[in-house]
Design a protein around this ligand. Structure first.
Ligand code: FDA
Ligand code: NAP
Length: 452
């Protein structure tokens, strides 16, 4: 028997956040429901243990999706990995219900994700960063070519090579900072926030600034104001004031699984309309309750006259320079078009993220991948990179597909369904004895038929 039968995984997941966690469940449940060879899957995660945006696990912050948009329910409401089953096993189902809130705290959702993750310990390697992916130079004895992943294992301080027929790249959002600004000792991106804050004596933080007009910025401004009672807090907001995230029922439809088909099979005009009308469901917007909390806190200070929460509206950070023990932030105001300087002890850049891109990881494999006239990857409906016909493997993306699959690309709303679609695709594409397609794959085909 050729060694590829034992040495090559059917699927290797890069990153073990919610996206690949959902895929791991879907693969397992697919196998549980069907006869055939089990799919051999492994996942590699660079963190030392499971963690979902740990540095933003601020107390009281809540999820921006309903608890029903967990890792499974929209694909398989009977799954044992539902949030409801997690509550049941944790003995909180009744009290969660009595709490009458669709949106769990981020801390509780993190515990749910950890709870699910612990069922996959036999498939996941933590402290394992995938450094790169190449195509095996030669076919194996049975003429198969597969991908080789180079993985740095932090625990043993060595690299290993793992072989895969398919990979699912789910490495998450990439922190973005303004031009002319670098993170450092007292300049942090929001994705570093809690761990950096813990390293500083609060007494050293007398003037702190938070940059941005999105959810991260507002949550951090509220948290700093509450936890540093002696500090001046400056919120540097690019708009005239925080704008609310539209999560009203009709607008929320842009996150429905069906919206992916409408976006994917729509015209450029369709896709443009999605962004033009609905960008404010997610980007540079803030949940209503936090806006109100911040305004209430600010108003209370106006009443007493003891002000320490300052909003610098229509203002952008242009640069940061070191000024002795402090950082000097150069701020440009669109109100009077003046540039001013502000000395601060710490600066938090809640300036957002860019989408994940596979380019750095896949190296020379990129030559097989197709791009559109704007240089963006072409991606099939099943989230598989379009490649030359002779390319023998599947590269699936969870993230980095906003231009093809729409607004849910880097969000949680659709992870359950997407994980199922990828699992179906991997199984139907790679198995000669492929089981009959599940509903979601059939739905993709029907959508293709509709699109002519
Ligand atoms: P995620 O970033 O969660 O996971 C990627 C994993 O890959 C990480 O664990 C990382 O360590 C690992 N990794 C990266 N490179 C690697 C490599 N080379 N080798 C091995 N491992 C590697 N969305 C939503 O719908 N509702 C919400 O409530 C929220 N809330 C929210 C809060 C905050 C603070 C942020 C910043 C974002 C959100 N989001 C969100 C959006 C967010 O993208 C989403 O919640 C998920 O994190 C997406 O899951 P992924 O698994 O795709 O990425
Ligand atoms: P974001 O929505 O992209 O917001 C980034 C903000 O930074 C924007 O207002 C941007 O303004 C501003 N900015 C960028 N450069 C700037 C500069 N030089 N000066 C001043 N402002 C600048 O990013 P985010 O708030 O981190 O949110 C990212 C994702 O995470 C979203 O999906 C969000 O919903 C999610 N999230 C969820 C939770 C939760 O679940 N509780 C918490 C935090 C985040 P411009 O757009 O004008 O550049």
């Amino acid at each position: 028997m050729c060694t590829c039968k034992s040495d090559v995984y059917d699927v290797v997941g890069i990153g073990f956040g919610p996206s690949n966690l959902s895929l791991a469940i879907a693969l397992g449940e697919h196998q549980g429901n069907r006869a055939g060879h089990p799919v051999k899957a492994a996942f590699f995660e660079r963190q030392q243990s499971f963690g979902w945006h740990r540095n933003m696990l601020l107390p009281e912050t809540t999820m921006q999706i309903s608890f029903m948009k967990d890792l499974v329910t929209f694909r398989n409401p009977r799954s044992r990995f539902s949030f409801v089953n997690y509550l049941h096993e944790s003995g909180r189902l009744t009290q969660f219900c009595n709490n009458q809130d669709f949106f769990p705290t981020r801390q509780e959702f993190h515990r749910y994700l950890e709870w699910v993750g612990s069922s996959f310990d036999d498939q996941v390697s933590y402290d394992s960063e995938v450094l790169g992916v190449t195509l095996a130079p030669e076919p194996c004895e049975c003429a198969q070519r597969y991908l080789k992943l180079e993985i740095s294992n932090g625990a043993i301080g060595a690299t290993e090579i793992v072989n895969a027929r398919n990979i699912s790249i789910s490495t998450g959002l990439v922190p973005k900072v303004p031009d002319n600004v670098a993170t450092g000792d007292r300049i942090w991106h929001s994705s570093q926030f809690l761990e950096k804050l813990r390293d500083v004596d609060p007494a050293d933080l007398r003037n702190v600034a938070v940059v941005g007009g999105g959810q991260s910025a507002a949550e951090i401004a509220r948290y700093l104001h509450a936890t540093l009672p002696e500090a001046q807090i400056y919120a540097i907001v690019p708009s005239y004031g925080y704008s609310v995230a539209d999560d009203t029922p009709f607008a929320n439809q842009v996150f429905d699984p069906e919206a992916v088909d409408d976006y994917y099979f729509g015209s450029d005009e369709t896709r443009d309309a999605f962004w033009r009308y609905h960008r404010n469901t997610n980007y540079s917007v803030v949940d209503d309750d936090i806006i109100r909390d911040l305004h209430r806190a600010s108003y209370a200070e106006q009443v007493t006259g003891e002000r320490r929460l300052h909003f610098l509206n229509l203002t952008r950070v242009r640069a940061v320079t070191r000024n002795g023990a402090t950082n000097r932030v150069s701020l440009h105001s669109l109100i009077d078009r003046e540039t001013r300087e502000l000395d601060i002890d710490a600066l938090v850049l809640a300036t957002g993220y860019t989408e994940m891109t596979p380019t750095g990881l896949i190296g020379d494999v990129d030559h097989f991948c197709h791009r559109d006239p704007e240089g963006r990857y072409r991606i099939e409906r099943d989230y598989r990179l379009m490649t030359d016909p002779e390319f023998p493997c599947g590269i699936y993306l969870q993230g980095g597909t906003e231009h093809t699959h729409g607004l849910t690309s880097s969000l949680l709303s659709n992870v359950a369904v997407r994980g199922g679609e990828i699992a179906d695709s991997v199984i139907t594409r790679t198995r000669a004895d492929a089981p009959t397609m599940q509903r979601s794959t059939r739905r993709i085909e029907q959508a293709w038929e509709r699109a002519g």
